[in-house]
Design a protein around this ligand. Sequence first.
Ligand SMILES: Cc1cc2nc3c(=O)[nH]c(=O)nc-3n(C[C@H](O)[C@H](O)[C@H](O)COP(=O)(O)OP(=O)(O)OC[C@H]3O[C@@H](n4cnc5c(N)ncnc54)[C@H](O)[C@@H]3O)c2cc1C
Length: 406
Amino acid sequence: MNRDFDLVIVGGGMVGASLAVALAPLALRIALVEAFAPDSNSQPSYDERCTAISHGSQVILDTVGVWAAIAPDASPIFSIHVSDQGRPGIARINASEQGVPALGYVVPNRSVGKALWNKLGGQANLDCFMPAKVISMTSDESGVDLGLEQDDGSPVALRSRLVVAVDGARSLTRKLAGIEAEVLDYEQTAIIFNVTPEEANLGRAFERFTVNGPLAMLPLGEQRCSVVWTVKRELAQSILALDEPLFLARLQEQFGYRLGRLLQTGERSSYPLYRVKAMQQTGHRLLMLGNAAHSLHPVAGQGFNLSLRDVAALAEVMATLDGADPGDPAVLARYLEWRQADQDKVLEFTDGLVRLFSNPFAPLRLARSAALLSFDLTPGVKRLFARHTMGRAGRLPRLARGVPLV
Ligand SMILES: Cc1cc2nc3c(=O)[nH]c(=O)nc-3n(C[C@H](O)[C@H](O)[C@H](O)COP(=O)(O)OP(=O)(O)OC[C@H]3O[C@@H](n4cnc5c(N)ncnc54)[C@H](O)[C@@H]3O)c2cc1C
């Protein structure tokens, strides 16, 4: 097996595997190192969660050739309905108003993982080291040396001109490079589960802001919804421990009756919420992507979508190297310059939403209602907002425009 690469991707989760798929058609020798088999129960990226992907992300996944495998499990979002518990303001965005077949799709993470890893099988220029963990990293002027530990404990040494760290919010690669991360504890926990309401969802997604945190109800098939219920950290354990009738009653009280009575919920899991931001996204022959670079609050469902745009831009930079060294600081700077504005905007927007809607201060709540109402009545503002959340704003990479790289 090859041990010398142009580019090594550390982490084959949702973002790392997407990058490997996007880069595979290029004339680069690539390695992907992942700690867990994609179908392992311990795999942290392809777990029981569903992800709301934007129209733009769907285009990227389609252009790199994995959407056809995901589509049978994807539920389209035809409209988004935003409300503030106990206040009159409501904002609605419809796919037909925006001229797209769907604003986005809800996809089970496991389906995304399966489609990505199936696509990676048999790529001649790609070597997968899995299950294997990166445990050491040193570098010199011309390359980076990575030490891997395979599942059976045996070591492997790789050398690469560029390392892309996509190993999650607690990235060991980031630590090994001596790059600090800024961590903000939201003191909130996301409780995740599926629910069956009385009424069919008709492709409607709901985002409801409550005093404890936002509640997202996303269409999953015709009859079920995937729920991200954000609560104050100190309430999470007691809510998770409620029996089914009490849990349903509490949920109904928070969500209301827009889908009729809530009848049944599935298994619950929970995620403490932090914002993690690498102080630098590049180092010597190193680039950080996905949660290793920026991990967001799930309130607006932007984490994976933002990272997929990063992936598409990086793949395009790599496709236009013209013989340049992929680890050259000028190459990495070209990527960062392109992506910085979108990243800053999404981070600011996500943080702003969390702060604005968790504030119980009465005048602010009134202003929020007014803002939701005026948003609903102002088509220009709505179109601009929709373009951003659908991943259609700014300089779009070729993959996001449906143009393959080769
Ligand atoms: C509750 C919740 C709901 C969300 N909903 C949405 C949504 O609706 N829409 C959206 O766009 N985003 C959403 N997100 C964000 C999205 O889940 C993340 O953006 C995405 O999972 C990030 O993927 P990643 O590959 O960067 O990191 P991870 O998923 O953390 O994957 C990291 C990978 O690296 C591997 N790894 C770690 N260390 C090593 C090592 N040393 N060596 C080798 N491999 C290693 C791990 O095994 C793992 O596979 C949500 C997040 C949460 C928490």
